[in-house]
Design a protein around this ligand. Structure first.
Ligand code: A3P
Length: 275
């Protein structure tokens, strides 16, 4: 059994444990200057893990060259948090796949800021399908047809996409949260970085924005062993099956969905978003 249930969410045992969840819920303390990227899996998490520290540190590339992406910006709910938390420079960049209602009390009483990144669910499903093929700590996705049903029914890690999006859509966070889409970031990364840096109160020059944009491009990240996940042993991520940084484009769903699958997928998603 590769997963366990936590408040109705399927979580992989390899990366999560009751102990890590308890640590996050009860011992981890948010700070007022923390910046947290929140995503449903496969929506641009790793991209944000590359971006956030650079925006916060004014474009200093040293961490990109020396620390793996996942340790620069740990997942709050994962086992690894405890290992790296004391080494994180302030202001800290953090990331989570948790829904709003599972965030701990320390988050709600802090002034930590959130950047919620949303991606077209059809592209999320495609990306997730390939990720399930390569990540040995996740269940085999089966056929694409089968995987669409698993995805829509939330029988995947972190449950349904619609629940995640809805949970973060109406919050009490006011100006502590900003929303951006993966598609906006693809269309104009410097403009997206400007929105993020303004939100985080960083007054970055155009030159620094350009520098960050260039180091966070798909190509640069793909070429950087600290960012492309090839440091992760093949027994966990089998790069013969798929790459973590796979395509990095908008609209790959068009190469995967039949018209029948598209109609079904869209109607389920729309219905749930409206409910
Ligand atoms: P694809 O599988 O469609 O290529 P996450 O980090 O949330 O797991 O999301 C992974 C997806 O984000 C993958 O999508 C990956 O290629 C894409 N991604 C990561 N870094 C990117 C970048 N710099 N530019 C564009 N897409 C990126």
């Amino acid at each position: 059994e590769l997963y366990f249930m936590h408040h109705g969410l399927m979580l992989p045992k390899e990366t999560h444990s009751q102990e890590s969840l308890t640590y996050f819920a009860q011992q981890f303390t948010f700070k007022g200057d923390d910046a947290i990227a929140v995503t449903y899996p496969k929506s641009g998490t790793v991209w944000m893990q590359e971006i956030l520290p650079l925006v916060l540190n004014g474009g200093d590339l040293t961490p990109i060259q020396t620390i793996p992406n996942w340790d620069r910006v740990p997942w709050l709910e994962e086992k690894r948090l405890k290992v790296v938390v004391d080494q994180l420079p302030s202001p800290r960049a953090l990331v989570t796949h948790f829904p709003y209602e599972l965030m701990p009390q320390s988050f709600f009483s802090s002034k930590a800021k959130v950047i919620y990144v949303m991606r077209n669910p059809k592209d999320v499903a495609v990306s997730s399908y390939y990720f399930h093929q390569m990540a040995t700590f996740l269940e085999d996705p089966g056929t694409w047809e089968e995987f669409i049903d698993k995805f829509l029914e939330g029988r995947v890690m972190f449950g349904k996409w619609t629940n995640h999006v809805k949970s973060w859509r109406h919050t009490e966070l006011g100006d502590r949260i900003m929303y951006i889409t993966y598609e906006q970031m693809i269309q104009d990364l410097p403009a997206a970085l400007r929105l993020m840096s303004d939100f985080l109160g960083k007054n970055l020059s155009d030159e620094v924005i350009e520098k960050i944009s260039s180091h966070c491009s798909f190509k640069s990240m793909q070429a950087n062993i600290m960012s492309n996940f090839t440091l992760v042993p093949k027994i966990y991520m089998n790069s013969d099956k798929s790459q973590f940084l796979r395509k990095g484009v908008v609209g790959d769903w068009k190469n995967h969905f039949s018209s029948k699958q598209l109609a079904h997928f869209s109607s389920v998603i729309y219905k749930e978003l409206e409910a």
